[in-house]
Design a protein around this ligand. Sequence first.
Ligand code: ADP
Ligand code: ZN
Length: 228
Amino acid sequence: MGADTTTTASNVLVLLGPPGAGKGTQARLLEEQLGLVQLSTGDLLRAAVRDGTAAGLAADKVMKAGDLVSDAIVMEILEERLEQSDVARGVILDGFPRTSAQAEALDALLARHGMSVGAAVALTVDDNAMVERVSGRATCAICGEGYHDQFKPPAKPDTCDVCDGGPLTRRADDNAQTVIARLQAYHAQTAPLIDHFENRGVLRRVDAMGPIPEIAGSLGNVVKALNS
Ligand code: ADP
Ligand code: ZN
């Protein structure tokens, strides 16, 4: 896959929504259903922070403050990820694009890899519920399964059910104060992208306030309808 690709497939799904909307949870469920690969710029940035790369060092403070990492850094880590062969069958973009500059750059970036956006789904939620959702969440350090103190607790405290024994970790930015800053960044910089995708005729909205499997069902139907 490279600049010489002549045909492009509409095999990119964009998930939009504020922190806590469930983008990551739903992306993981959709991966299997649609045969696509989840690509989270948040996960890629956290990996860069852990690895201590130059991008990671620059991103760390910004993420802890709940602000957006620079477009240049995000574009660079995303481009690198798209060069790996497993993404050729298509991707679910979770947490990208997040600014209008990123949305502008997206088409060219995808075209270089023979891809284009087939659908963008905005997960609609009640902002007031997001602080609680985000503050209570935890993730398995081994398999990545997500949990929530209140909505999806593991059978044994701080232990993953799926891989039986994986320790649960919490993100440094998942505290009430940082969530408020992240929600502000979302409304100022990312929410306007809903119009961008609406103007291109690929936007759908899904109510994301219900139970996780119910939302997964609506999301699956919406995406199937768009592709048929
Ligand atoms: P959430 O959507 O729950 O806030 P993410 O894991 O998507 O969680 O993002 C965590 C943080 O990573 C963001 O607050 C921001 O600092 C940074 N980040 C992730 N994706 C982007 C992006 N596309 N552009 C700029 N910053 C990003
Ligand atoms: Zn696990």
